[in-house]
Design a protein around this ligand. Structure first.
Ligand code: ZN
Ligand code: ZN
Length: 373
């Protein structure tokens, strides 16, 4: 049973503390990965703050990349020494998984959130020393990769080339694939379309980068943060709107001759912004929803206006992607200079995870990525 150093959240709103943990040996369908980099995502911080249900104490982390150290007896897709990206877990056997939609896996919540253990209840991580007998929760998104070693479900891992920078590979597994997939797989803007992206954190900026790969004519980034707007313009937005200085609804209408946006992506998780995104759609427009407010949050919509204008509102999980197909494609785009992921990343040593989390929460850094040697 291997030992590792993990960043543990002991209780709600507590700091990450580096502790020695003991991992279970890989089951037949599991892979032990020596971590090289792992991104910090909104969901990690939302769990720590108690806004996303997950049992604590826990090892979080769900955007990892590293080198395979050992594999279970049934694993044939990767071998020790391979470089892998880590994404989300899915069962592989339900109707959604069997038809190529693992993001809609019937067991998604249990496999990625909520449980804190394998589906059979067995823990993948345990504390050591004075924490040896207390429960510790892991298996977060099937990986719990805020650690020097992570025990992942085989369906989490995606073989990737070994020569790419780990800080670029890591955030593909959640934040970047969510934004890029929402645009490329779900919203699919057509020639002449206007796409409005509400919120330009890592997901929104990945969406902007992906929009540049489409034939959308206008890409409007809406964000109160001036640095984010400037970055969005550098990465492919054609217009940027400060929602504190102008009504984004009017701004989008003005830019589109009064029609509104054909496509919108709501990444902020704020119900009033989702309302703006829907109200700002052109007739027959589509709004993708990726921002996650606390469980139970609802939104008000103007129903008569919906009957007139026929908007579609689509919830999007993880960009609707199949990670094994999508992540290698994103890496090819990165290598070709067409998806400059490193423009949104800042690296921190693993031991500085608190600084990285603070930088993410303050907005000083778009995508902090922890690096391990
Ligand atoms: Zn995430
Ligand atoms: Zn499934």
């Amino acid at each position: 049973m291997p030992l590792a150093t993990a960043a543990v959240v002991r209780a709600r709103d507590h700091a990450f503390t580096l502790e020695e943990i003991r991992l279970d040996a890989p089951r037949p369908d599991e892979v032990l990965v020596r971590m090289r980099a792992v991104g910090i995502c909104h969901t990690d911080l939302s769990v720590r703050a108690g806004r996303t249900p997950f049992p604590l104490p826990a090892v979080l982390g769900h955007e990892g990349t590293g080198t395979v150290e050992a594999v279970g007896t049934a694993v044939t897709s990767v071998a020790p020494g391979d470089t892998v990206a880590m994404s989300f877990a899915s069962c592989g056997a339900c109707p959604a998984c069997l038809t190529g939609h693992p993001v809609r896996c019937a067991h998604w919540p249990a496999l990625n959130l909520f449980g804190g253990s394998r589906p059979d209840g067995s823990p993948t991580v345990r504390g050591t020393g004075r924490h040896a007998d207390a429960p510790l929760h892991g298996h977060f998104f099937g990986q719990s990769s805020f650690a020097t070693l992570a025990l992942a479900s085989v369906r989490d891992v995606v073989p990737v080339p070994a020569d790419l920078p780990p800080h670029v590979v890591a955030p593909l597994g959640c934040g970047v694939q969510t934004g890029a997939g929402a645009v490329l797989n779900v919203l699919r803007p057509e020639t002449g379309h206007t796409l409005a992206v509400y919120g330009t954190g890592s997901v929104g900026l990945a969406a902007v980068m992906a929009a540049r790969l489409t034939a959308a004519t206008r890409v409007v980034a809406v964000d109160p943060h001036p640095g984010r707007r400037a970055l969005a313009l550098r990465l492919g937005a054609t217009h940027a709107v400060d929602p504190r200085g102008a009504d984004p609804l009017e701004a989008v209408r003005d830019l589109t001759g009064g029609h509104g946006a054909d496509r919108a992506l709501e990444t902020s998780g704020l119900p009033r912004v989702l309302r703006q995104a829907v109200d700002g759609l052109a007739v027959g427009g589509v709004c993708g929803v990726v921002g996650a407010p606390p469980a139970g949050t609802d939104v008000r919509l103007d129903v008569p206006r919906m009957l007139d204008r026929g908007p579609r509102i689509v919830g999007v999980n993880q960009g609707g992607v199949v990670p094994r197909a999508f992540i290698p494609a994103l890496l090819d785009l990165y290598r070709a200079g067409r998806l400059p992921v490193d423009a949104i990343v800042e690296t921190f040593p693993f031991g500085a995870i608190e600084d990285a989390a603070a930088a993410a929460m303050s907005g000083a850094v778009v995508k902090p990525v922890l690096t391990l040697t």
